[in-house]
Ligand binder design. Structure first.
Ligand SMILES: [Cu+2]
Length: 231
């Protein structure tokens, strides 16, 4: 005899199976107090990212908040790209890992995804840009407990020699299977060896006292990775 609870469980498992391979929608947790103006709703730069004033940011030219975020520039152009279904699956690939004062920093590449940006009032769908390569996900975890560390901000810069195909703030993002992370869709010009630099700005939040002496200044890490687009 099937009880209501068991039926619910079955339905839930079915839904899980159906959606598990399709990590579709990431919804932004908009803790971004500065994004009040509707016109800047798509700017991922968090107020905290600019507060460090640290010399380590000098190389990150894109800190200028007036720079056009990919979200706005790509949203319109990519609507067709997505509709055309030309987004290729990308096996999840680790681009690099590092540990900073007990914080594990992991950069992953995975299949590009559309995501919704919620600014507290309205929702804006962002489709992957044309010629998108992958969804860049940066995960910050306590290296000891593996618990996610939210409320930080992350700037990502990807270079290849003198070229800089990506230089943007990553969105604070939540998703069912990855939890809180920092991400954006990235378009690279092609196969090659690239350098990914992440500028991690400290979590801006109250902290239990075990975290009172760590992550107090922006921190930069650089990974070298090989990108081979699926053919
Ligand atoms: Cu994401």
């Amino acid at each position: 005899m099937i009880t209501l609870d068991r039926l619910r469980g079955t339905l839930r498992r079915r839904a899980f199976r159906r959606w598990a391979p399709v990590a579709l929608i990431a919804v932004l947790a908009a803790g971004c107090g500065s994004a009040g103006a509707a016109s800047t709703a798509a700017t991922p730069g968090m107020a905290s990212a600019t507060s460090g004033g640290s010399g380590s940011m000098s190389g990150m030219s894109g800190m200028d908040m007036s720079a056009t975020p990919a979200a706005t520039s790509s949203a319109a152009a990519s609507a067709e790209a997505s509709a055309a279904g030309d987004v290729k699956p990308v096996p999840t690939q680790v681009l690099g890992t590092a540990v900073w004062q007990g914080m594990k920093i992991t950069a992953d590449a995975m299949t590009p995804v559309p995501f919704d940006i919620y600014n507290g009032t309205s929702m804006q769908l962002v489709n992957p840009p044309k010629n998108v390569s992958f969804h860049l996900m940066v995960l910050l975890n306590d290296a000891q407990t593996n618990v996610v560390i939210p409320y930080a901000s992350v700037w990502g810069t990807i270079t290849e020699g003198s070229k800089t195909p990506f230089d943007e703030s990553l969105w604070p993002m939540i998703s069912r299977y990855m939890g809180p992370h920092y991400g954006n869709d990235v378009a690279l010009p092609g196969a090659g060896t690239y350098q990914l630099t992440l500028l991690i700005s400290p979590p801006v939040s109250a902290r239990h006292v075990e975290y009172q002496d760590v992550w107090l200044k922006p921190h930069k890490v650089t990974f070298t990775f090989r990108w081979n687009p699926a053919s």
